[in-house]
Design a protein around this ligand. Structure first.
Ligand code: GLA
Length: 486
């Protein structure tokens, strides 16, 4: 959760803008709600290196902020962000050229990527004090590189840098889904946690201060938001620590209405997608800010299993019911999404959510109130979204015992299904398992440490059909898998 400079500032980003946005994030309630990263995207560096291959940045764009600092040192802005109790993020490209060869405004710049300098660049980011790095794919695509290969090398460079500085550098992969990153990005280069972009940009940047014809015509529509959500669904790849990235958010930006803001927030929270807000935070309306900081929506987003939702029903074309399995037994977050021009009355069939009988309670997240009855009829205005937390009793799962290195014959007969893996990991650190299935599932699962004889659980979503899980890697004992057929 955090802020990213690209959507609203593109390549005009500079120290003053980042300071102002960071101050706003720290004081408008967002930091308190859990937003913590301030990420500087493309435009901070124009491809210049010194004789030793070190980055050279514009000293006016990144001046000293506090006494004793040098102009042109990126450590200044990282220290400033840290002084507000926030974490700092930066950006590069996996290839030789970055995206600056197709500039959003201003001239072209070549050589804005890190290929050939991975160890040096990621160590430099970490030494400057950055905690997060987004790695784009313009140069990789231009030179027809393999994403799996380049991003594994980068993961190794990051791990080396972390060892040297002792500072965690969170890895954000931005390959736009072009080489199916959901198959290789979870655990790439043995990394314990990562996010990967699943599609192209939600919209080209909308820089309000530029007033040029190109930026003035950019207006966000419902299609931009819905397409990013639809493209981003790869639920079998997403587990604790590994997340599909639906792109930076455009809440409150040009074209967004209250209903579209609700739709955007609801779908990103339901998907446990990174909430990297790309808006100009100084211009957020009270309504947008209250959606971004809605604790009940954020609790859904931050659920320990971090799963994506399953589409359980589409009672009329464009009227959809999505349910996200949560770590608390019998709990689901449910979205009723109305993509149509007319309001809809929707009746929810609780059986399709894997519940035994009617739920015990229903909670309306936007209005922060319990619904008086557990009547299953929900009204949703045109192009809007209702978000409800449902508590009930899970129908009994099918139990699969684990053999030494596999669980076989797993059935998800009707549709993608929620499953819970029980394990013990007494190594004291995260163990990353590779899991493969006959039905095409190939992913990694990060197993957090467990204490003593207690079992831990992680959630997963199995693809429809028959699966077999083969574990490679050691250090954790897999006990069993419970499959809840919805
Ligand atoms: C790509 C990425 C965007 C942004 C721009 C910067 O388009 O997908 O998120 O980083 O590059 O040029």
């Amino acid at each position: 959760m955090g802020w990213n400079s690209w959507n609203s500032f593109a390549n005009i980003v500079n120290s003053q803008i980042v300071q102002q946005q960071a101050q706003t994030l720290a004081s408008n309630g967002m930091k308190k709600a859990g937003y913590e990263y301030v990420v500087i995207d493309e435009g901070w560096w124009l491809g210049k290196r010194d004789g030793a291959g070190n980055f050279v940045v514009d000293a006016k764009q990144w001046p000293a902020i506090r006494p004793g600092e040098k102009d042109g040192d990126m450590a200044n802005i990282a220290a400033y962000i840290h002084s507000l109790g926030l974490k700092a993020g930066i950006y590069t490209d996996a290839g030789i050229d970055g995206c600056s060869m197709y500039p959003d405004s201003g001239p072209k710049y070549l050589n804005t990527g890190s290929e050939g300098h991975y160890d040096q660049d990621f160590l430099q980011f970490s030494k400057w004090g950055f905690d997060y790095v987004k790695v784009d794919w313009c140069g990789g695509a231009k030179n027809k590189r393999s994403g799996a290969v380049q991003y594994a090398q980068i993961a190794h460079a990051i791990q080396k840098a972390e060892k040297t500085t002792g500072r965690k550098l969170y890895f954000s992969i931005c390959e736009w889904g072009s080489q199916n990153p959901w198959f290789w990005a979870p655990g790439v280069g043995e990394i314990e946690s990562t996010i990967w972009r699943t599609g192209g940009d939600i919209i080209p940047p909308v820089v309000e201060s530029l007033h040029d014809a190109e930026h003035d015509k950019r207006v966000i529509t419902a299609a931009n938001v819905l397409e990013s959500f639809d493209n981003g669904l790869h639920p079998e790849a997403q587990h604790t620590g590994y997340y599909n990235d639906l792109d930076m958010m455009v809440m409150g930006m040009r074209g967004m209405t209250d209903a579209l803001d609700r739709t955007h927030m609801g779908l990103w929270a339901l998907s446990s997608a990174p909430l990297m807000v790309g808006s100009d935070l100084t211009r957020l309306s009270p309504a947008t800010l209250s959606l971004l900081t809605n604790e009940e929506a954020l609790a859904i987003h931050n659920d320990a299993y971090g799963l994506q939702p399953i589409k359980v029903d589409e009672p009329a074309a464009g009227v959809q019911i999505w349910a996200k399995p949560m770590a608390i037994a019998g709990r689901r977050a449910v979205v009723v999404l109305n993509r149509t021009d007319a309001s809809a009355q929707v009746n929810i069939d609780w059986k399709k959510l894997g519940l035994k009988g009617s739920p015990k309670s229903l909670r309306d997240v936007w209005n922060k109130q319990d619904l008086a009855s557990v009547d299953a009829t929900v009204s949703v205005p045109a192009h809007d979204l209702v978000l409800v937390v449902v508590d009930g009793e899970d129908a009994a799962p099918a139990e699969y015992a684990a053999h030494e290195t596999s669980i076989t014959g797993i059935q998800a007969p009707f549709r993608a299904s929620f499953a819970q893996l029980h394990y013990a990991n007494t190594t004291g650190h995260i163990v990353v398992l590779r899991m493969k299935s006959m039905s095409g599932l190939s992913t990694a699962i990060a197993l957090p440490p467990t204490a003593g004889s207690e079992a831990g659980t992680v959630g997963l979503i199995l693809p429809k059909g028959t699966a077999e899980l083969l574990f490679e890697g050691q250090g954790a004992a897999i006990r069993k898998l419970d499959v809840f057929a919805w």
